[in-house]
Write a protein that binds this ligand. Structure first.
Ligand SMILES: Cc1ncc(COP(=O)(O)O)c(C=O)c1O
Length: 389
């Protein structure tokens, strides 16, 4: 059976060039980057080389990159790190955090955890496309606010937030600005200096690197409380022996991602728009998210009277891999908090599906999906009591 992978938003295959770069670090070059002998020095040099490459793609200094185990840990370290440091200074700077209603659970659940510890969190609403209103942010900031955390681009509907404007506002109010750029990195050119970003999370496995590795940009001068204590690795922010293969992998993935960004996003956009055009020809089908301000690889739809899980399973029967929500919540069958936040009613939210393209997606694959989908939707509607046209 033909197999078509359109779930690059969940994870990507490791690029062969990334893989070749990583492999020697499992056996021949296995040293501990903290050891002072030649084995350690070799690993240390590889880690520092990767740090340069990660810093290069967001225009920060290499010593502003902290390696982590992924996007989730980066988000936790950024938010809890700032919050816990701030806790001691609560008398001077308050206890207020601002985020958005459509963040990834790595941010939302961290904020909810902090609420239980006495922090005050404001969840900004979004418009029907998933965009945060800059005026809402401006209004929400108070003398007690110490952190704003708003994602660069949404993992479900692909909407890209007005990060430059948000960064301007946080700077004017002297509030720290963290952004989860896990889905945006390598698809959008990011300059943390120009955008006034203080903390930024990335993950390797969304950009053709290995799973289990991420990075957090921490602007020099910002103090964080570590989330893991131990040997003092990564400037004391993230103790644990460095995952040299993973770090080498995220470095190479960023290097390739930066080099290919223009070409890959241009290519994916053409295919994405072709898919959107084809799918929207299906009766009562709608695009979720913003028509233009969206990730180059994201096409997210909803269909009246169609159950998303059944749609996903029937696509899978045809060898097509898509997603009904974010990868981490799609097995829970919960209504997507993102779709609810953009005003989609729960019934319709369940009729949604996400296709995320990648650099290996072909025109033929998009045609295959475009041909298969109308028939599947028709079959599901035939079985649905909600479809009486
Ligand atoms: C926007 C966003 N943030 C954070 C994460 C978590 O990243 P990781 O899987 O590396 O922990 C994801 C993964 O789906 C994501 O899409």
């Amino acid at each position: 059976m033909k197999k078509v992978y359109l779930d690059y938003g969940a994870t990507t295959p490791v690029d062969k060039d990334v893989l070749n770069e990583i492999l020697p670090f499992f056996h021949e070059r296995f040293g501990n980057a903290s050891s002072i002998h030649s084995y350690g020095k070799e690993a240390f040099d590889a880690v520092e080389n990767a740090r340069e490459k990660v810093s290069d793609i967001i225009n920060c200094k290499a010593n502003e990159i902290v390696f982590t185990s992924g996007g989730t840990e980066s988000d936790n370290l950024a938010i809890k790190g700032v919050a816990y440091i701030n806790k001691d200074k609560r008398k001077t700077k308050g206890n207020h955090i601002i985020t958005s209603a459509i963040e990834h659970p790595a941010v939302l659940e961290t904020c909810r955890h902090l609420e239980k510890q006495g922090f005050n969190v404001k969840y900004l609403p979004v418009d029907k496309y998933g965009i945060v209103n800059t005026k809402d942010l401006e209004d929400a900031i108070s003398a007690n606010t110490f952190l704003v955390t708003i994602m660069y681009a949404n993992n479900e509907i692909g909407t890209v937030e007005p990060i430059e404007e948000l960064g301007k506002i946080t700077k004017e109010h002297n509030v720290l600005f963290h952004t989860d750029a896990v889905q945006a990195i390598t698809k959008i050119s990011i300059d943390v200096i120009k955008l006034n970003i203080d903390l930024l999370s990335v993950s390797a496995h969304k950009i053709y690197g290995p799973k289990g590795t991420g990075a957090l940009y921490v602007k020099n001068g910002i103090k964080l409380e570590p989330t893991a204590h131990g040997g003092g690795h990564e400037k004391g922010l993230r103790s644990s022996t460095l995952n040299t293969p993973g770090i080498v992998g995220i470095g190479k993935a960023c290097e390739i991602g930066k080099k290919r960004m223009k070409k890959d996003t241009f290519y994916m956009k053409i295919l994405r728009d072709k898919l959107i055009k084809n799918v929207l020809e299906i009766e009562e089908s709608y695009l979720n998210g913003h028509p233009e301000k969206r990730l180059a690889n994201n096409a997210h739809f909803r269909f009246t009277a169609v159950e998303g899980e059944s749609l996903n399973l029937m696509l899978d029967d045809k060898g097509i891999a898509a997603a009904t929500g974010s990868a981490c919540s799609s097995k829970k069958l919960q209504t997507s908090h993102v779709l609810l936040a953009i005003g989609v009613n729960p019934k319709e939210a369940h009729g949604s599906i996400r296709f995320t393209l990648g650099k290996y997606t072909s025109k033929e694959e998009i045609e295959y999906v475009s041909d298969a989908l109308p028939e599947i939707v028709k079959r599901l509607r035939k079985m649905s009591p909600l479809w009486n046209r």
